[in-house]
Write a protein that binds this ligand. Structure first.
Ligand code: C5P
Length: 423
């Protein structure tokens, strides 16, 4: 087949378009609408995306892998345990490289498997292993769609973080029945994919400074005063802002390998110096780090030896409160966000810190709740604004919380831009 047989999309023909630089996994499951996925694959590629098709074994009964391979100019993946020259399993590599996994058509069978996490073929496994956005375009007979089992499964997926169901259309089915169940049109699916991936560019052009991890205050060459912060929340914040197009600088006590600048520091004073160097040029500072409030007055050059005495006294002095200092000197066009990990009276303490440090937003969490917060990939938080609004986010992945904060930040920065232009 010649790709020119496929109608041109409104996005042009030269591999540039709104999906430039995006990697999309197009999952195709075994329904007659699989033939429309050929057009979809071509449209997404012409919109600029690097499209990798993954077919379920049933899908191959409707369309051949060669068709998709020709249209996408990429190999097509079908086998759960296919031959692969690299050390990393194929499904993990594909899952990690994607910005979005789009399943079109999504059959009742695949939807049922995704709802419970069954991964007995490659597509289901990839979807379970990805942290990308997942969009599903169901296509099936209207009675199958209305079946309580399917409705239940769709409900589960609709509420799953980062999942979106593209509603099926009404019309005549391939089987002759009439009703709702036709896969949404290729135009609708393409538009929804573009707007989902474009929505994530809301921080483009913004300089965002983020801190992560817990500072370490040396006592001697071996020991330090530290805390339980894993840096996961700050790193999730930086990843989320970067994914939205921000120019991110991450100042962290935890080493991470990222494509944006990462400055590794150890102590509160190191962190203060690094943050102050970048602060003037940033649009927003997000202080996720757990900064030690005190440090030893004297750092012993030698390892402190055990003595006969039962007690030892360590004298501490106050560290600078970075957020407090910068909250008081920030410009009107800058936004400052802080975190408050509290063991008691969360709301009151977070509110006081918001005011005292002159923050725009504070995110508070109760560290006494098990399985969230320090070291966990999950958290449950209360978000307070300087304007007095309050929002509770139930237990969810830290990345979901980060995305939520980025949405707020993008809105706030857009409003600040608007008010500057209006002056
Ligand atoms: O006062 P508290 O330490 O609970 O405040 C927490 C918030 O203040 C966090 O955002 C933390 O990054 C920031 N902080 C700071 N400098 C300190 C202590 C905390 O910037 N010395």
């Amino acid at each position: 087949m010649n790709t020119d047989d496929i109608p041109e999309s409104s996005f042009g023909t030269h591999d540039t378009g709104p999906l430039d630089g995006k990697t999309i996994i197009l999952g195709v499951s075994g329904g007659i609408a699989a033939y429309k996925a050929c057009d979809l694959a071509s449209r997404l590629r012409k919109a600029g995306a690097d499209v990798h098709v993954v077919m379920t074994p049933h899908a191959k009964a409707f369309v051949t892998p060669l068709t998709f391979q020709t249209l996408t100019r990429n190999p097509v993946h079908c086998e759960q345990f296919g031959e692969h020259g690299e050390w990393k399993p194929e499904h993990i590599e594909l899952a990690q490289s994607a910005d979005l996994v789009l399943v079109a058509p999504a059959t009742a069978n695949l939807i049922a498997k995704l709802s419970t996490g069954i991964c007995d073929e490659l597509l289901g496994t990839i979807i379970l292993a990805t942290q990308a956005e997942v969009m599903l375009a169901p296509a099936m007979n209207p009675i199958m769609l209305e079946h309580p089992a399917t409705q239940f499964n769709l409900g589960v997926l609709q509420n799953r973080y980062r999942y979106e169901i593209i509603p099926p259309d009404m019309g005549e089915m391939a089987c002759g029945d009439w009703g709702t169940g036709k896969m949404a049109s290729v135009d609708t699916i393409t538009d929804m994919v573009v707007s989902r991936l474009m929505a994530n560019r809301s921080l483009t052009g913004k300089q965002i400074l983020i801190t992560a991890g817990g500072t370490r205050e040396p006592i001697d060459p071996v020991r330090f005063i530290g805390n339980r912060s894993s840096g996961k929340m700050g790193i999730a914040m930086a990843d989320a802002a970067h994914a939205r197009g921000a120019d991110v600088t991450l100042i962290t006590t935890v080493e991470v390998d990222r494509s944006y600048p990462v400055v590794v520091v150890e102590t509160a004073q190191d962190m203060q110096e690094a943050v102050e160097t970048e602060f003037d040029s940033c649009d927003a500072l997000i202080m996720t780090a757990a900064v030690a409030d005190y440090r030893p007055i004297v750092v012993s050059r030698q390892k402190i030896k055990k003595t006969d005495s039962d007690d030892i006294v360590l004298e501490l002095t106050k560290n600078p409160d970075i957020l407090d200092l910068l909250g008081h000197v920030k410009r009107k066009d800058q936004v400052i966000i802080g975190f408050a990990a509290e063991s008691d009276d969360l709301l009151n303490n977070a509110q006081q810190k918001l005011k005292r440090k002159q923050l725009d937003l504070i995110i508070g969490n109760d560290i006494t709740v098990p399985d969230i917060g320090f070291g966990s990939d999950f958290n449950a938080v209360v978000i307070l604004t300087a304007e007095g609004t309050r929002e509770n986010l139930p237990r969810m992945p830290k990345r979901a919380i980060a995305d939520h904060i980025c949405n707020w930040l993008a809105n706030r920065l857009a409003n600040l831009d608007h008010s500057t232009v209006a002056k």
